[in-house]
Design a protein around this ligand. Structure first.
Ligand code: DI6
Ligand code: FE
Length: 402
C-alpha cells in the first residue's frame, strides 16, 4: 500500500477527543491518501510495509488541524473608515446605526458592486486568513437585504472555493438589518425573507445554514423565530447573532431550534447558557467585535465552562464591528480579553469551530478518515500561536493532502 504523502518528525496537536487537552503526540506522523488522513499518530505506530509518494520531514515543527474561521461576513463592498472616525469622536454603534450609517451604508455599496468586484475584495481578505493556516471558512450574506444581492453574495462565497484551495460554508443572513426601502416595517421585511428570499436561496442550494441578528437595533425574538421556522421547514440548520448588545434571550431561543451555534453572547445569562448545554449548541466568541466596540461586558466564560458548553473563536470579519482579517489576532484577543486558556483557544479555532459548522465528522481534528487539512507551525510550543501579536509562524498549509 502507498500513501500519497507523509509528514514525519512532527509534534501533533490532534485535538482528538479520545486524548486529553490538545491531544498531543510528541513524535508524530500524518499520512494522506486521496486527500484524507490515512494515518495520524505516533510515528512508531505507522503501519509497516507502507510507502509514500512523498515524505516531508517536519524537523520537530507542530502540526494542528487546518484552522476553521466559523463566523465571517467576508463578502461586502466599500469600507466604514468614516464611521470609524465618527466612533472615535464619541458616537456609539447604535447612534451610528440610527443615523443611517452602520450596516445600511455597507448595503448601499454592496448593491452597487458586481460579482467580480465583490470577489476581488473578498479574496484580498481571504488570502490574509489562509496565510495564517485557515483551511475552512464560514461566509455570511447579509449586506444585500434584497434577493438579487443576497444571492450574489452567496454565489461569490461559493466561488471562493473555486478560486482558492479553501472549503467554504455559506450562511444566509437576510435578517441582518432593515433595508431602507422597508420604511421601518420590520414584520413586512421578515415576511419577504421567509416567503420570498429564503425559498429562492434554498432552491439554488446557495446556503448551508441560516442566521439572524436578534437585537434591539435589528430583529426581535419573535421575528427571529419566524426566520428559523422557515429555515427548518426547508431543512436548513440555524445559527444566531445573540445577546451581543443586550440580553433578549437569544441564546435560549436558538437552543430551542437546536442551532449549530450562537455567536457573540456578551449579555447571555445563566439560563441561556444552560439552554445551550442542553441542545449541544456551540458558543462562538468574537473578541474582534468586543474589542472594536470597546465593549466592557464580557461573555460568561466561567458559566459556559461550568455548563460544559463547547466554545469556538472566530474573526467576525466585517467592515463595521470587526474589521479583522487575522485569526491569530482573534486568538490573542480571546486570551487577553476573555481569559480563555491556550487549549480552549486552539480547540476553538479547530475542533469546536468545525462543530459550529456541523462539519466535525469531516474536519477539525487529526483523525483517520477526515480531510487532510493541516497547519504546520514554526513554533516550539502551542502557546506561541496565541501569544504574539502581528507575527505569523505558519510554515506550511495543507488542504486535502496537498
Ligand atoms: N453583528 C455584528 O457585529 C455585525 N453584524 C452583526 O449582526 C456588524 C455588521 C456591521 O456593522 O456591518
Ligand atoms: Fe457577525
Amino acid at each position: 500500500m502507498r500513501f500519497d504523502r507523509i509528514w514525519t518528525g512532527a509534534r501533533l496537536a490532534t485535538l482528538s477527543p479520545s486524548l486529553p487537552g490538545l491531544g498531543i503526540v510528541e513524535r508524530g506522523a500524518v499520512a494522506a491518501k486521496n486527500g484524507k488522513i490515512a494515518f495520524a499518530g505516533p510515528e512508531s505506530d505507522l503501519p509497516s510495509g507502507w510507502t509514500a509518494e512523498q515524505r516531508v520531514d517536519c524537523a520537530g515543527r507542530w502540526i494542528t488541524p487546518g484552522l476553521v474561521d466559523c463566523h465571517t461576513h467576508l463578502v461586502f463592498a466599500g469600507d466604514r473608515a468614516m464611521e470609524f472616525e465618527m466612533r472615535l469622536a464619541g458616537a456609539s454603534y447604535e447612534e451610528v446605526a440610527r443615523a443611517g450609517g452602520g450596516i445600511v451604508s455597507t448595503v448601499k455599496a454592496t448593491r452597487e458592486a458586481d460579482e467580480e468586484t465583490l470577489l476581488k475584495s473578498a479574496l484580498g481578505r481571504l488570502d490574509r486568513l489562509t496565510a495564517e493556516g485557515v483551511t475552512t471558512i464560514e461566509v455570511k450574506s447579509g449586506y444585500g437585504l434584497d434577493l438579487p444581492t443576497e444571492a450574489r453574495l452567496l454565489r461569490v462565497a461559493r466561488r471562493l472555493e473555486i478560486a482558492r484551495p479553501i472549503s467554504v460554508a455559506t450562511t444566509f443572513l437576510g435578517a441582518h438589518a432593515l433595508p431602507p426601502e422597508a420604511g421601518g416595517d420590520k414584520d413586512r421585511y421578515i415576511a419577504l425573507v421567509t416567503d420570498n428570499m429564503l425559498p429562492a436561496i434554498a432552491a439554488e442550494h446557495l446556503a448551508d445554514a441560516v442566521d439572524a441578528f436578534c437585537e434591539g437595533i435589528a430583529f426581535s425574538p419573535e421575528q427571529t423565530r419566524r426566520v428559523f421556522d422557515a429555515a427548518k421547514a426547508l431543512g436548513l440548520p440555524v445559527k444566531l447573532h445573540a445577546d451581543q448588545l443586550s440580553n433578549l434571550g437569544g441564546a435560549a431561543l436558538a437552543a430551542d431550534y437546536q442551532a449549530l451555534s450562537v455567536d457573540h453572547l456578551e449579555y447571555t445569562d445563566e439560563a441561556g447558557v444552560a439552554a445551550l448545554a442542553a441542545s449541544g449548541t456551540v458558543a462562538v466568541l468574537l473578541p474582534g467585535a468586543y474589542y472594536t466596540l470597546r465593549e466592557t461586558h464580557a461573555p460568561p466564560v466561567e458559566t459556559l465552562r461550568r455548563h460544559k458548553v463547547p466554545i469556538a473563536v472566530a474573526t467576525d470579519c466585517n467592515p463595521g464591528t470587526s474589521p479583522l482579517s487575522s485569526i491569530l489576532t482573534a486568538m490573542n484577543m480571546a486570551a487577553i480579553e476573555f481569559r480563555l486558556t491556550i487549549e480552549e483557544i486552539i480547540a476553538g479555532v479547530t475542533r469546536e469551530a468545525a462543530r459550529a459548522l456541523g462539519r466535525l465528522d469531516s474536519i477539525g481534528t487529526l483523525e483517520t478518515g477526515k480531510w487532510c487539512d493541516l497547519a504546520i507551525w514554526d513554533v516550539e510550543r502551542p502557546a506561541e500561536l496565541v501569544y504574539r501579536l502581528g507575527f505569523n509562524p505558519l510554515y506550511k498549509r495543507v488542504r486535502r493532502g496537498a
